[in-house]
Design a protein around this ligand. Structure first.
Ligand code: SAM
Length: 208
């Protein structure tokens, strides 16, 4: 596994191609499956989703702009599925405090060094790795590009609504079939799109 880490840091065309093949192989059977072991294995290769790409960086910038438009400045944010902290670094620019959770320990270790001012832990939204003071909720709970890895999306949306005064989810268009049906009847939900041609993501925002 150490070998994959060293391997991924090199940028020769053959290595880039082999890294791509690893991603394709390791991403199989992760959809809607709660396959936490598979996600941890995937992170043997750093940045398995190519979060440094122009496409993902554009998504981070647009997600921040959306949050600013919907809420203005934010106090506390809980990020579900923080991965290696690529988006956390962006989200941290618009809030006073960011807590991130992920089911992959490897990802969480990398997130801690990428965004040292934020707090990260291994866990899920229904079992946070820390306790909040009695009755405290986050100003915003976000779940970006994570719901489609879960088996019980409804349970996660309910847990988000318990933990946050406001909630935002984004999901890549091809996953809309899995995610969107759970959001259409959410009371007071606002919905829209993010674009970075030719890519598109859906978003949904609600105040529980
Ligand atoms: C595609 S990455 C998205 C990372 C980041 N949210 C973003 O949008 O750039 C999905 C992340 O969700 C994590 N994940 C999947 N299921 C999860 C769950 N039930 N609870 C917390 N994290 C989860 C994965 O380990 C992975 O790091």
């Amino acid at each position: 596994m150490k070998f994959l880490e060293q391997f991924a840091s090199e940028t020769s065309p053959s290595r880039v191609l082999l890294a791509k093949l690893w991603r394709r192989y390791a991403l199989r059977k992760l959809s809607a499956s709660d396959n936490h072991e598979g996600l941890q294995r995937l992170y043997a290769l750093p940045d398995p989703w190519d979060m440094r790409s122009e496409r993902e960086q554009a998504r981070f910038v647009q997600t921040n702009a959306l949050i600013e438009e919907l809420m203005g400045p934010v106090g506390s944010v809980l990020e579900i599925g923080c991965g290696e902290g690529h988006q956390s670094k962006h989200l941290a620019l618009l809030c006073d405090r960011l807590d991130g959770i992920d089911v992959s320990e490897r990802a969480v270790l990398r997130a801690r060094s990428r965004a040292p001012r934020c707090r990260f832990g291994v866990g899920e939204v229904s079992t946070l790795p820390w306790t909040l003071p009695d009755g405290e909720r986050y100003d915003l709970v976000v779940a970006c590009e994570v719901l489609y890895y879960m088996n019980d999306i409804e349970a996660t949306l309910r847990a988000m609504s318990r933990q946050g005064r406001a909630c935002l989810v984004t999901f890549f268009c091809p996953s809309a079939r899995l995610v969107a049906p759970h959001l259409v009847n959410m009371p007071g939900v606002q919905r829209g799109w993010l674009f970075h041609d030719p890519y598109a993501w859906l978003w949904a925002y609600w105040r529980p």
